[in-house]
Write a protein that binds this ligand. Structure first.
Ligand SMILES: [Zn+2]
Length: 333
């Protein structure tokens, strides 16, 4: 059993402490036309490598999964360079984003089988001419419902999953449609323990989390620190609730952060937000570092009574079991 990183395959025992949903670099389509968008590739690679090294040295993280959608500036060669310099295992994915913010016109016109052909190629041969192979599949849906177009891309992901055996990592929008994604995976013949339903912490309702966990997938509390979507106190309360309900083995903790992007943000920021960003820039904390989960969120879990062995089991045992494709243990085991 091997896991494909951007520098080649590693064994399961090399995975170690893993962040399952982070990003290095993002570029929304069109940013390349912005005359104000300047990007110094060399400087970015150096800074990204510095940040990953810090994660590894200070917090013992050995693997970093970047499920960057294909059309959001995914740059496999750059990921490989950063992995090499930081000595971090970096795993990238194949798969497109959701309809409202992605899905290139050319691929909208393709059948699920044609899309799957691309995904399978990227998993078994490599991305473009880079030789870098994807180690997982990205699926994304919007809100409030999965669109017919998104359902086609989801079906393609299922064809590729069944053909290759690599797991699926999803994006959900506004904390909805997790159960609908599960239903679609089930009806397309994908085992639910091969799927990580992402961004479930965007929903504040513990009943929603229970429903996703009971459905038999992994559940992403993977926007830790993104308080624009949810306060971290709510995340921590809900995460501990799920652990106490016996679902520790299903929870994946991550932050959905990135350390660089092309041009401006994909939305207009308010004057208040800009002031906060300028403040963080002045202190060298912009974009916010990947270490937040360890420096700020882990203490919140400890305060709520979780032991270090419970906390680090979620960051080590769960990613390993997910990639291995082992069945999820029953609750409370
Ligand atoms: Zn993401």
């Amino acid at each position: 059993m091997q896991i494909q990183t951007v520098l080649g395959p590693i064994g399961l025992d090399e995975l170690g402490r893993t962040l399952m949903h982070e990003h290095l670099f993002i570029a929304f389509a069109g940013a390349e036309f912005d005359p104000t968008a300047v990007f110094d590739r060399e400087a970015f690679i150096a800074e990204a490598a510095r940040r990953l090294r810090q994660l590894r040295v200070e917090h013992g993280v050995r693997s970093f999964v970047d499920p960057c959608p294909i059309e959001l500036g995914r740059d496999a060669a750059m990921m490989a360079e950063i992995a090499e310099r930081s000595e971090m295992n970096v795993v990238c994915t194949t798969g497109f984003y959701f309809e409202a913010m992605g899905l290139p016109v050319y691929w909208r016109a393709r059948t699920a089988e044609e899309i799957a052909e691309l995904y399978i190629r990227e998993i078994t041969h490599g991305i473009g001419r880079t030789g870098v192979r994807a180690g997982a599949i990205k699926v994304a849906t919007g809100a409030p419902a999965i669109t017919p177009l998104e359902a086609k891309f989801l079906e393609a992901a299922c064809i590729a999953q069944r053909a290759t055996g690599v797991p699926i990592i999803t994006h959900t929008q506004d904390g909805v449609c997790g159960p609908e994604q599960q239903e679609a995976f089930r009806s397309n013949g994908v085992e639910l323990h091969r799927c990580l339903i992402g961004h479930c912490c965007g929903n504040a309702d513990p009943a929603y989390h229970r429903r996703v966990a009971e459905g038999g997938s992994y559940i992403g509390f993977d926007r830790i620190g993104l308080t624009r979507f949810q306060p971290d106190d709510v995340r921590a309360d809900n995460l501990v609730r799920l652990v106490r309900a016996g679902y520790r083995a299903s929870i994946m903790m991550s932050q959905d952060r990135h350390c660089g992007w092309l041009g401006k943000l994909a939305r207009q920021v308010t004057a208040e937000e800009q002031a906060r960003i300028d403040q963080l820039k002045a202190s060298g904390d912009w974009p916010p570092p990947y270490t937040y989960l360890f420096t700020d969120f882990v203490p919140m879990l400890r305060q709520r009574g979780l032991s270090d062995s419970e906390i680090f089991s979620m960051l080590e045992d769960n990613p390993r079991r997910f990639f291995a494709g082992e069945p999820l243990p029953l609750p409370n085991m």
